[in-house]
Design a protein around this ligand. Structure first.
Ligand SMILES: [Zn+2]
Length: 355
C-alpha cells in the first residue's frame, strides 16, 4: 500500500524540530527506560541524557542501571553509579527537568546468589538515593546464565523489600516470541533460542509466580511483556495485579503485533490508561561521536511508540521492516497518562534525594 508519511524521514524545510514532525508537541513526555550501557566517561553520559531530553522535549527521564554482571560482561565497574552520577549532575543543573536513577543488582553466575546479599544490595542502593530497580534477569540468555528463577527463594527477600518500601522494579522478562527458533539457533544466530534456553512460557510463569507471592510489587514489565499479539493476556494480568504496569519500549515487533488488532488494544488503553508507560530504550551505545545528531541516534525508538500511539492513519517506518502499522490514535488525556502521569505515579513527583 502507499504510505504517505514516515515520521523518521528528513523534515520538510521550515520544520525546526523534526522529533515532533506530525506529533502533538505540546504533550509532556517522560521516558521511563533509558540506559548508559556504552563505555563512556561522565561528561559523555551527561551530554547524552541532556541532549536526549532537550531534543525530544522530555520532562523527565529514568535511567536504568545495568551492572556488568547482568548485561554484556563488559568492563563497566559500576553502571549503577554512572546512572546516579548523571542524576546528580543534571538535577543540580536543571531541577525543573528531573532525572531518576534505578539500580540493578550485582548477580553471580550459576545460581549462587545469597538472598541476604541481594537484600543488602537493595537496602544499600535505596540508601544511596536510587529511585527504584531494574533487572534484565528474565532475558532468556541471562536467565539461563544465572540459573536464578524470578520467583525463586534468592530474590524473594529483595521483592518483599520492594513491596514494603514501594520502590518500583522494571523487569525485562521474555523476548519476542519468534526468537524461540531452534533452526535459526542451529546456524549460530544471536537472537535465536533453542531448547537449552528457558521457554517463553516458563519465564512468563516465573513472573506470575513472583506477582502471586508479592501482589503489591510495583512491577513494570518492559517491552509490553512481549504481548503485542495477546491483548487478552495483557488484560488478564492488568486486572489480576493492580500494581502491575507495562512499558511501551520498542521492541518494535510488539507494534506489529498490536497492529493486528488495534481496536482491542485501543479499548485496553482507554480502560487501563494508568498502566502503560512511555519508554524508548535510548542508550549511549546508540550515540555517535557527534552528539548533536539526535534524530539519527534516537529518532526511531522515540518516534516509533509516539507514532503508534498518536497517529490515525496506517504508516510504515522505512528503517525497520515492521510492515504497515495500524496506530491507536489515543485521545490526549490517555496520552498524558502514558507520557507523564503514570511515570510520576511510578517514580515519584520528585527524584528521591541524594545523601
Ligand atoms: Zn532496556
Amino acid at each position: 500500500m502507499d504510505v504517505p508519511f514516515n515520521p523518521n524521514e528528513a523534515p520538510p524545510s521550515g520544520v525546526t524540530n523534526p522529533a515532533f514532525n506530525g506529533y502533538r508537541a505540546d504533550l509532556p513526555l517522560c521516558d521511563a527506560h533509558v540506559h548508559l550501557s556504552g563505555l563512556h566517561d561522565a561528561a559523555w553520559d551527561a551530554q547524552m541524557v541532556r541532549g536526549l531530553m532537550e531534543h525530544f522535549g522530555m520532562e523527565r527521564v529514568a535511567l536504568l542501571g545495568l551492572p556488568a554482571s547482568s548485561h554484556r560482561e563488559e568492563i563497566d565497574a559500576d553502571n549503577n553509579a554512572r546512572c546516579l552520577a548523571v542524576k546528580r549532575a543534571l538535577n543540580a543543573e536543571r531541577p525543573d527537568r528531573p532525572v531518576y536513577a534505578c539500580a540493578g543488582l550485582d548477580l553471580r553466575f550459576g545460581g549462587l546468589d545469597d538472598p541476604a546479599d541481594l537484600l543488602a544490595q537493595a537496602r544499600a542502593r535505596a540508601a544511596e538515593g536510587y529511585d527504584g530497580f531494574k533487572l534484565l534477569l528474565g532475558k532468556p540468555g541471562i536467565r539461563r546464565r544465572f540459573g536464578l528463577p524470578i520467583d525463586g527463594p534468592a530474590l524473594a527477600p529483595f521483592l518483599s523489600f520492594l513491596e514494603e518500601t514501594g520502590l518500583p522494579l522494571t523487569l525485562h522478562a521474555g523476548d519476542p516470541p519468534d526468537f524461540w527458533n531452534p533452526a535459526r539457533a542451529a546456524t549460530g544466530e544471536t537472537w535465536a533460542y533453542d531448547a537449552s534456553f528457558p521457554s517463553l512460557a516458563q519465564i512468563r510463569d516465573e513472573v506470575e509466580g513472583a506477582l502471586r507471592a508479592h501482589p503489591r510489587l510495583r512491577l513494570t514489565l518492559a517491552h509490553l511483556f512481549f504481548l503485542g499479539d495477546r491483548p487478552d493476556e495483557a488484560a488478564r494480568l492488568l486486572e489480576a495485579y493492580p500494581d502491575l504496569c507495562f512499558d511501551l519500549t520498542p521492541g518494535g515487533e510488539m507494534f506489529a503485533g498490536m497492529s493486528r488488532d488495534p481496536e482491542t488494544w485501543r479499548g485496553l488503553f482507554l480502560r487501563h490508561r494508568d498502566r502503560f508507560l512511555f519508554g524508548s530504550d535510548s542508550d549511549d551505545w546508540h550515540s555517535s561521536e557527534d552528539l548533536s545528531t539526535y534524530t539519527w541516534n534516537f529518532g526511531f525508538i522515540v518516534n516509533l511508540p509516539r507514532a503508534f500511539l498518536e497517529r490515525s492513519e496506517p504508516f510504515r517506518f522505512h528503517d525497520c521492516d515492521l510492515g504497515v502499522l495500524r496506530p491507536l490514535h489515543l485521545p490526549d488525556d490517555v496520552l498524558r497518562a502514558v507520557y507523564r502521569d503514570n511515570f510520576v505515579r511510578r517514580f515519584g513527583d520528585r527524584p528521591r534525594p541524594l545523601p
